[in-house]
Ligand binder design. Structure first.
Ligand code: PPE
Length: 309
């Protein structure tokens, strides 16, 4: 759905609430030329106790951490960004939405060195349904292993959510879609499974869960962390520090993606090879159900994960 069709009108930019159409930047903005921005993606859910942002504190912390390798300083405190976000949701009367904070080197001079370019900061919120489609959550998606490899963490910090990183995600995702798949899985430089273009990946084998370790050049996903915790609380063994080979994707009992946008999305085929019985598997279904029960607060646990609007 395009922004034009959405009922949203306000963006927070550098300390002010501005009209949606006025949230503009100069074409010689450093971040546009060199990908020098960091961002977040979080969701506010319509919970039993009213709208609440899921794991906002962790998203904010990751935003500030992402700045570090780039020596970028956000001129606003975490409290100010929180207040701005809550106010955006209230003003636009949204029960649930996606939240996109971004900070980037702005307009002053060009050349790779950001020099005196100011750090600009903005937050937008908008309604965003199921990332890969409602049907995907139920029936799963078909993915292909991309011919593009992911940046190694020795080439670009993969644990920082940097705008520039996402050209690799775009290449992989569009390659997959050109071939008729919904999404890609990207291998790292060593040839191990890393993650999706905008998702972490989990594998189920003999009733246990496996997901690539943090040293596999992946983003330290907050949904990944959530799934690890809720799966362990359900009694599952979760192996979260492993290397996974491409072949293991094909022989897995079940596979699924996690992400703030993607939530918990089953994968039913990889490279045209049927995974398990080719539908959402029982473990995936249980974890997905639990995930939605948790984020919509149909269970009492995990209160500390919510920031109420
Ligand atoms: N890996 C990558 C590369 C990634 O971009 C995301 C989130 C994840 C893993 C999962 O992380 P987390 O959201 O903390 O569980 N991708 C964001 C951007 C998606 C987009 O299309 O834009 C997101 O899910 O918000």
């Amino acid at each position: 759905m395009s922004f034009d069709e959405m009922d949203v009108d306000t963006i927070w930019m550098d300390g002010e609430f501005v009209d949606w159409d006025d949230a503009q930047i100069h074409v010689l903005t450093h971040g546009l030329h060199y990908g020098t921005g960091v961002f977040e993606g979080a969701r506010c859910y319509d919970t039993e106790n009213g709208p609440a942002i899921f794991r906002w504190e962790e998203h904010l912390e990751r935003l500030y951490h992402s700045c570090k390798p780039y020596e970028m300083e956000i001129d606003h405190s975490p409290e100010e960004l929180t207040e701005a976000t809550l106010e955006l949701i209230r003003r636009q009367d949204l029960a649930s939405c996606y939240i996109r904070p971004i900070a980037f080197y702005g307009y002053h001079s060009l050349g790779v060195s950001p020099g005196d370019c100011p750090t600009r900061t903005a937050i937008a919120v908008w309604p965003w349904g199921a990332y890969l489609g409602e049907e995907a959550l139920e029936n799963g998606i078909e993915v292909m292993v991309s011919s593009w490899r992911k940046h190694s963490s020795s080439q670009i910090p993969t644990n920082a959510k940097t705008t520039g990183l996402y050209v690799n995600s775009m290449l992989a995702g569009e390659e997959a879609r050109r071939h008729g798949y919904a999404e890609a899985i990207v291998l790292n430089k060593e040839g191990h499974v890393a993650e999706g273009p905008g998702e972490n990946v989990f594998l189920v084998r003999d009733g246990e869960l496996y997901t690539p370790g943090l040293s596999e050049s992946i983003l330290d996903g907050i949904t990944r962390d959530t799934v690890i915790e809720i799966a362990r609380d359900l009694g599952y063994t979760v192996n979260d520090d492993v290397s996974i080979s491409r072949g293991e994707l094909h022989t897995a009992d079940e596979l699924f993606f996690t992400g703030s946008a993607a939530e918990v999305t089953p994968i039913r085929k990889v490279d045209n090879v049927v995974v398990g019985d080719g539908s959402r598997g029982p473990v995936t279904e249980e974890i997905q159900q639990r995930f939605f029960d948790v984020v919509e607060r149909r269970v009492d646990d995990y209160e500390e994960w919510f920031t109420y609007v």
